[in-house]
Design a protein around this ligand. Structure first.
Ligand code: MG
Length: 256
């Protein structure tokens, strides 16, 4: 039998997913408030661990395929999957990408945000940050019943093209809900296959990863940290979106 290429969540599951997504978003915003130059990325990962615990949840990333951190901390040219380290000190002006996953009551929340640490972003940095976040919001606008996954991909890619940014191809968005990674994939670029049609009950993690230079990436010898091939900056924004009969609900939206 052909495996279904998407997941429809029940109302009960949505309740749990909503709670986990809210917890992940809370940890994201608290970390952004608390992170300071001079901390090591291990300090930040430890802090994330305690914040996750205070939500009543656990890290969805720790131990996932052997990942050793509570969250992913990716700096500057690092795209995704950076690991907190005692050797890595955060500096003012670092472009910090935090990716947070929380498991809570049978639901999973997954969200990411990039920002410039301790100062306003320089012009190239703000082009990268603003357009990556804009692409996420443009993608979310297409996340409505009747559209296809490919409509989200097209909206995200359009923003990158207009801004002249590289779109990472090896890593993509995904279904997310009771497992961290569920079908379908949600690419940040148009593919030959427009993917499944969107149906109420689907939950998607939409997560553009854009680079100032080439779209190409390499993985470090730690087997996790993914960086841009040319060493130029990268940014990552991610929200989880619940497809409904009406407007999409952004499960990881949080006003602080
Ligand atoms: Mg994700």
């Amino acid at each position: 039998m052909l495996k279904p290429n998407f997941v429809i969540h029940s109302e009960d599951e949505i309740r749990a997913i909503r709670k986990a997504a809210h917890a992940a978003a809370t940890v994201r915003e608290k970390l952004i408030q608390l992170v300071r130059p001079g901390m090591t990325t291990k300090n930040l990962d430890d802090l994330a661990g305690s914040l996750i615990a205070s939500t009543g949840g656990t890290s969805a990333f720790l131990g996932y395929r052997g990942f050793p951190g509570q969250i992913c901390i990716s700096l500057n040219e690092e795209v995704v999957h950076g690991i907190g380290s005692n050797q890595r000190i955060l500096n003012e002006g670092d472009l910090v990408s935090l990716d947070i996953g929380v498991k809570l009551d049978g639901g999973v929340g997954d969200t990411a945000k990039s920002f410039c640490l301790g100062r306003a972003p320089a012009s190239d940095e703000s082009i990268l940050l603003e357009n990556t976040e804009l692409a996420l919001m443009e993608g979310i606008k297409e996340a409505k019943a009747g559209n296809y996954v490919g409509d989200i991909s097209a909206a995200v890619e359009k923003v990158a093209k207009k801004a002249g940014l590289g779109v990472v191809r090896e890593y993509v968005g995904h279904g997310c809900g009771t497992l961290l990674h569920e079908p379908p994939e949600v690419p940040n670029f148009v593919t030959r296959n427009r993917g499944p049609r969107l149906i109420p009950g689907m939950v998607l993690a939409i997560e553009p990863m854009f680079n100032l230079g080439t779209h190409k990436v390499i993985t470090a010898s730690d087997r996790w940290t993914v960086s841009t091939l040319d060493g130029k900056l990268s940014a990552h924004f991610e929200h989880m979106v619940y497809i409904t009969q009406h407007e999409p609900e952004i499960l990881t939206w949080l006003k602080m």
